[in-house]
Each structure stands twice: as C-alpha cells, then as structure tokens.
Design a protein around this ligand. Sequence first.
Ligand code: OXT
Ligand code: ADP
Ligand code: MG
Length: 575
Amino acid sequence: MSAPPAEKANEHELTDGFHLVIDALKLNGVRTIYGVPGIPITDFGRMAQGAGIRVISFRHEQNAGNAAAIAGYLTKKPGVCLTVSAPGFLNGLTALANATTNCFPMILISGSSEREIVDLQQGDYEEMDQLAIARPLCKAAFRVLHAADIGIGVARAIRAAVSGRPGGVYLDLPAKLFPQAMDAEAGAKSLVKVIDAAPAQIPAPSAIKRALDLLKSAKRPLIILGKGAAYAQADEAIRAFVEKSGAPFLPMSMAKGLLPDLHPQSAGAARSTVLKDADVVVMVGARLNWLLSHGKGKTWGEPGSKKFIQIDIEPKEMDSNIEIAAPVVGDIGSCISALLDGMGAHWPAAPADWMNAVVARRDDNIAKMAPRLMNNRSPMDYHGALGRLRTIIKERPDAILINEGANTLDLARGIIDMYKPRKRLDVGTWGVMGIGMGYSIAAAIETGKPVLAVVGDSAFGFSGIEIETICRYNLPVCVVVFNNNGIYRGTDVNPAGGEDPATTVFVKDARYDKMMEAFGGAGVHATTPDELSRAVNAAMDSGRPTLVNAVIDPMAGTESGRIGALNPQSVVKKK
Ligand code: OXT
Ligand code: ADP
Ligand code: MG
C-alpha cells in the first residue's frame, strides 16, 4: 500500500471536502481546471494546483467557462470550470448555457454561500440560490452538502455531462462543505471512478435497414456533417461512409475538416445547390435548426421534395422541425459502423450526373472567388486578408482556427479551407460573441497545437482582456483582430446628428496590438495582406503570444454578415 499524502497524515487520518473534491476529480482523469479564484474557492484552487491539477486562472469567468466547454468538445471529457458564488457563478453561467446549447460536455463547479442563510434570504455574502438558477440552463444540476457525498456528486456530474447528448452540468459546492472533515479511509472509499461514462448506444438493426433502403433509392443524395459528427471522433468511419456512398457532403461550420474541404465530394462551395436539389439528405450529428432553415422554406426547394435520414444520439431530436423518414438513434460511431456494415462490399455509388452537377457548381463558385483572394489592397478588404490566412492554414493544417465576428466569421468560414477534424472552433449554435480568447486558451492547452484566432474587433472586445492570460501562460496563440472600426462596418453615423457616435462604431483606428505589448506579447500593426501574412507566419513559427491589428476597410462589411435577413424591419416609414 502506498503512503497517504502528507497533509492527510498530519490531520490524523482525516480528510476533508477540499481534498475529496480534488481526489474525486483526479480519480476521474480531470487534469485541468479553468476558473477565477475568490471566496470560497481560493484555497481549493491552490490545493488543486498543489495536487498536480493544472489550474488556469482567468480574468473573467465567462472566458474560463468557454475554455472548459471547448475543452470538453475537443477531448470528449467534461471540461471543468470553477467559479466563486453569485456574481462569479452568473458570469460562468452564460458559458454553461452555451455549452449545453452546443452539446459540449462541461461541469461548472461553483462555491456558494450558507444554505441556511440563503434559504431564509437573510443577506449572506454573495447570497444566491444558485442551484435553482442554473437548473433550467443546463442538462443537470446537483448540490453536495456532505463530504461523504462528494464522490457520488462528482460521478453524477461527469455522467450527466458526457452520456447521451453531451451538455453542461452545474455542481454546487457550499462553502461549508470544503472544511467538512471525515475519516480519510472512509473518504477514499466514498469516491467513485466512473466506468464507461458515455456508453455506446447501438442503433436498432431495423433503423439501419430503413436508412439504407432510403439512401439506396436516392438519385441526388447529400450528407450533412455537423459538429456532433466531429465531436464523436469517429473520423475514419465517417470518411469511409461518405466515400462509399459517393454522395456530396456539406460540413456545418465546426465540421469543416472532418473530411478535408478539398475532398472531391465536398459540396461546401455549392451549398445552395445541394440543399435545394438533393432528394435524400443524411444528417450526421447536425440539427435542423436556424442554421439549416429548419429543414424547410425556399432554401430546401419544392416542399416535400426530399426525405431525411437523421443520425443522432438524442431521440427527441427526430421530427423536431420536419418529418424524419429514417431516424437512426445511437452514437455516431456505432451508427456509422452499422451503416457501413449494411452497405456491404458492392454499394452502388451515387449517380454520377448528380455529383458532376455539384462539382460544376462548386468549382464555378471557387473560380469566381479566387481572384478576390489575391488582392494586396490597403486598407485590406476581407478577401485579401483572408486569402493570406487561408494559405497559412493550408501550410499548417494542424493549427487550430478560432473564429468569431459577423463578416469576419462568415467570410472566414467560406474562404479558409480546413484539412483536419476539430480544427475549426467558432460561435456555434447561438452565434455568440466572446468565445474567442477562452476557446483559444483551451485549444492551446488541450491540444498543444498552435492557435490562430481570427476575430472581429467587436467580437474581440468581449473577451480581449484574456490576452493577459495568454501571455501569463505563454501560450502559442496568434490573435488577428480584423479592425474595421466597428460592428459590421465602421462608417455608421448617429442618425440624430448629435455628438455621440453611432451605436455600431468604435474609436477610429484603435491599436489593439498595443494591448498585447502591454502584457509582454508581440503586437503587430498590419495594413496590407503581405504584412499580415508575414506577421502571422512569424507568430506561428515562434509560438510567442502575438496580436496582429489587421486594418480592414471600414466600408468592406455588410450588416450582420450573411445573416442580415434575420434583422427585424420597422413597419414605420421614414419621413
Ligand atoms: O452556394 P451559394 O451560391 O449560396 O454560396 C455559398 C457557398 O456555396 C459559397 N462558398 C464558397 N464559395 C467559394 N469558395 C469557397 N471555398 C466557398 N465556400 C462556400 O459561399 C456562399 C456562402 O456560404 P455559407 O457561408 O456556407 O452559406 P450561408 O448561406 O451563409 O449559410 C447560412 C448559415 C446560417 C449556415 C451561415 O451564414 C452561418 O453559419 N452563419 C452563422 C452566422 C453567425 O452566427 N453570426 C454571428 C452572429 S451575428 C450578430 O449576432 C453579432 N453580434 C450581436 C451579439 C452576439 N452575436 N453575441 C453577443 C453575446 N452579443 C451580441 C455582434 C455584437 S455579430 C457582432 C459583432 C460583429 O462585429 P465584428 O467587429 O466582430 O465583426 P465584423 O462584422 O467583421 O465587423
Ligand atoms: P451543427 O451546429 O454543426 O449543425 P448541432 O450542434 O446542431 O451541430 O448538432 C449536433 C448534434 O449532434 C446534436 O443533436 C447532438 O445530439 C448530436 N451528437 C453529439 N454527439 C453525438 C454522438 N456522439 N453521437 C450521436 N450524436 C451526437
Ligand atoms: Mg468589426
């Protein structure tokens, strides 16, 4: 038997809540915690660090929460975020809700105030009924009151986060729990090592047969890959399925690279054509939500012109927006393997005339875009700047691309080809700004790969202070701020003509690169695509924290990028 840890021996064979939470996390393979210290979890963070867990300390909980969420997505293990009570908890809650919306496994652990005082609303320090507030915003929420229940509490949180459809879990740890003592041996026995946290969910053979019968009947099949497919880490099987089907595939934004964007069957640059003209659509880990026009309307051609096969681990997802002719419920790895088995050795490839039509449309779109990507204008437009970044990712396919903004997001999604799975991380299902620096930090830490964050100047502002965190941990992150002086464009004026600036513009010609220099990183001001390219290559070569202030023509963007149609229009005519 190994000797007990020194501090426990000193405590006369006692352990306590601090140590039990740490031991429970370590027992279950948690190697990193993302958080912000303060009452009542400061000592917990110190002890966790002392016990060998990497504790990454942020400047704001939302960014720590986003880091934990994307760590969960990248690793298929719940990312852990640690916050203080009430305000810290609320700051982390947006990230927890966003993780749940995006199906990322994450656990938000928050210290909380005294239950007795909170429940009688007697005004405790940072008083808040956190469990009740978290519950509707996440997949599950638990509170642990007794040290002996910590093992079970952590196990429940882990299972809830990763099993079935992944999501966010809230774990409430009141201040009083941490110093609660118990016998060390009984404490060790109370811990639970979670076995098979996300069990395979095997699809029914009848569902597989129904799906394959439908797919075989297709004249114009299409496969849509979503971020659930990327999350599943069934990369080889998915590639084999797509290739055997011979069908064009369309990646949702975070599924780009699951199969390379330059794959012969890629239909990323023929999006409208394939959505409108396909007759059988196979959805793999993607939902028919707003990003896919809910499976109906003019995007999808004639009403009733197509049938859907949907592969998803969540049975309730089926028929959520339109009828699913062939639901396949199970985990993507098991479902795709079963489909591949069922296809056998002689599966007929999709009709060649369909693939040829898709390729013609795709190549036409790509050819039209090509000359715009080569321009060396100053100030830069989005195409000139992104054309260079596209080359950089082509030459560095292992780098992780983080992307947020409106025009900066939409144009980068189309222009920058991805070559490997889970290398593109962006605003996801909610289109949320502020994921940039949290995702960058976790991506660097979890993968050890270089990170290129391409962010609008507005988007950057939501989490920009975390460049200090990037410098403090010396992470290989290159942030490129697309600085067009504002939200969408930098040219709006106050309609009342007053002194206040328009609501969508910022300080003109701001130098975000100076912020990075303030923290000891490299700051570069880039006014041409050539300068941008040189700066980013140097940053990626050196691995030094870098921020490139990329000057973008303030006129170049459009309102809300590609989703301007979602803005409601006033019915009152302007005088
Ligand atoms: O087939 P067709 O002909 O249709 O062509 C398509 C493709 O086939 C083709 N294509 C290609 N052509 C050639 N070559 C290649 N390689 C290629 N690839 C594709 O191109 C077209 C378009 O393809 P795409 O993009 O795939 O298709 P489409 O139709 O656009 O797809 C539809 C969608 C819905 C799937 C897609 O548009 C999408 O994924 N959109 C996501 C949009 C999104 O989430 N946007 C973010 C939110 S916007 C707004 O809310 C913002 N806010 C408010 C705010 C938010 N969000 N959050 C919080 C917490 N607070 C406030 C704010 C504040 S954005 C924003 C800041 C913006 O300012 P910034 O300064 O940050 O950024 P700038 O705008 O740059 O200033
Ligand atoms: P996208 O935004 O890329 O279209 P969504 O987030 O809308 O993707 O959809 C992801 C889907 O993937 C969710 O419905 C989720 O239930 C599903 N999913 C996540 N992981 C798995 C898995 N391992 N097996 C099957 N389905 C999964
Ligand atoms: Mg902008």
